[in-house]
Design a protein around this ligand. Sequence first.
Ligand code: SF4
Ligand code: FES
Length: 225
Amino acid sequence: MSEIVLNIDGKEVAASAGMTVLQAAQQADIHIPTLCHHEKLEAYGGCRLCIVEVEARGRKSYVVSCLYPVEPGIVVRTRSEKVDKIRKVLVEELMAHAPDAPELVRLAEEYGADRHRFDKETSFCVLCGLCVRYCDEVKHKNAVGFIENGAVREISFIPEIAAKECWSCQECFTLCPTSYAQAAYLLTEALAFPGRREAHSHAHAHATPEPERRVIPITPVAATA
Ligand code: SF4
Ligand code: FES
């Protein structure tokens, strides 16, 4: 594969054709914040937090680095006054949905974001799509998907599939930046197949102990005014 040399934050970085700016930066140990990116998944471009400044052929533009392909000679700035300002507003928008999500709280501190800037719409899901895409692209189960569009878009577990597949998986819980995937699953379980947990406990009461389930504590997400 041909080698492409670009400049990221003043450092000459070698990348392969077909790589994205984010991948080139990560390979060179240069940090760019991401929320919807996962190395096992197709790039999504949903959260836009990975935005960077790119100077190419004398023109400056602001691009989503997880989608933008490397080009020879481009100059990338992962931090600048404008990049930081854009990220600050993005974090403020996301915090209207999930004000206490740990990663957002950390980003808010870094970029000086005001968690109260936008009216609260505490859906607790930031629509990063990690749970949906992981279940589709890695697990090939499609137990969780998006429903509705626009302001009422949300994720939902499909009870028929979730009852069979999720108990032994739950891998999306640890990917979710807000803990909402776990909460949505537990709600689905309680409403659609409430006996599943008791049946499982009963069946395994005298059986060989199995590894502890990876249920992680749900981050308190108080609906602050
Ligand atoms: S539930 Fe979590 S992982 Fe799934 S889309 Fe919402 S924030 Fe992302
Ligand atoms: S990480 Fe690039 S848009 Fe989310």
